[in-house]
Each structure stands twice: as C-alpha cells, then as structure tokens.
Write a protein of this length. Sequence first.
Length: 282
Amino acid sequence: MSKKLILQGPDADQSTLARIAALVQPRSTTVLHAHALRCDGIALTPELKAAVDSAAFAARVDASFVDAGLSLADFKLVAMDMDSTLITIECIDEIADMQGLKPQVSAITEAAMRGELDFAESLKRRVALLAGLPAEALGRVYDERLAISMGGEAMLAGVRAAGLRTLLVSGGFTFFTDRLKPRLALDYTHANLLEAENGKLTGRVAGGIVDAEEKKRTVQRVCAELGITPRQAIVMGDGANDLQMMGIAGLSVAFRAKPVVRAQADVALNFCGLDGVLAILA
C-alpha cells in the first residue's frame, strides 16, 4: 500500500523539511503549516525509512509514515496515558519529593517505564515509600507542578471537533485524573486509588492496580461501550506499561517515549507536541 510521510518539527523550516522529503522522491508534497510538510505517493522500503528516520532525528524533525488514506475520520476514540504523556510530570515522583524521596522513587519509575521491572510490583514499592505523607501533598503537586504537555489542549480540541471521544487511562492516581477530567472535558478516565486514613497516605493502593493488562482491558471496554473496535482507536503513551494498549490500536503514538516504546509504535513524536497527531491524520 502507498504511504504518506508527514515531516514536522516545532523549529523546522520548510527548506529543512524539503531536504528530508527529497530522500523519498514523493509524487507530490503539501505544506500543512509553517513547520509541517506532507509527502504523498511513497514506495516505502526499510532502507528508505531508516535513512529518513536518521536524517529527521538529526534535524529534530518527527517523520511519520502512515497509510496514504489514513485520516482522523477513520477513528472514534483517543486513549492517552497520563504521566509524561498528557501531562509533563510523573505524579508519583513529585509526590515522593514531598517526602524527600524523589531520587529513590524516580529510579524505580524509570526502570518500570523502560520495561525492566514489573509495573504492578514497582508501583507497590513506590507507593509504600509514601506512607505517612499528608494527603494534602497531592493537592500541592496538582497545583504547583502538574502541567499539560505541549500541544495537549490543541490536540484534544482537534479530536473533539472531529467527533472523537477521549479516554485517559493511567497507572497513576485518581486524584489527578478526577481533576483533569472536567478541566480538559475528557469523556472517560481510569486510574489507581491511593488509600488514605486520617488524612495521611497509608502506602497502599486501594483495589486492583491499573497495570499494562488493565490499560488494554480499559481501552477494549470503552471501545465496546462505544460500539467500535480497538482499530478505531488512537492510543498514545510513553512507557512500557502502555505497549499492550498501544498494540491493539489502529494507530499507536509514542510521545517523548522510552526506546522500547518508540521501536514498537506506529509513529513517534519526539519533538512535536501532542497535536502533531493532527498533522499526521490531516
């Protein structure tokens, strides 16, 4: 099947994009905006893809090869991871910072996101370190440290305008997803519940853990509720615990992702914001 190539970078000019585009000898090109170029009619080979990927990465440009006819109209749902995807922080690391334990917790988080540790076990270990912390610390993290990732709100506005529903599914915590849901007009959220007693965290998660398998099941459940298949879903993530839900999607998007995730995703946004997906599906 013929492919299209979307080249985009927040700091890239059209001459840089045209230079990379010349590698694929496209049938035609279309300027999507000042920092994005679409190339149509490409006969893709592994060697050609490798050459483009290398040149694009060196120029801080995201190069996305997708099926020629693929557009936003082919999808009905966008499912997103939260920490380091829709938002810029890992909430548990910032909560741990309130305990003076950020380095210890961050090291476990990083290993889990690279796929070196079982996610559920790593979460239990990290949450246990939070025992005794006043629950009000969560509010400080939300108010003082949580920020939406670059392009996140523009991406959400674009997909909503196209009629897609939105799902935030997170190995993080309901304290944050419950606040982001109305703030960003999200349709569905699912995350872990931090247990608290007498105003302090117990160091335990209440109920089941939202791990990689549960993330995938959540995407499947929401798709079933909407009467669609997972192939009609776009799934975005950054860590190894996102790979299962990304694997059932019609389009998987690695955002600022770990190498193991970039290698398995359909497209990777290393430099653009989350709204880069709108250009890919224009």
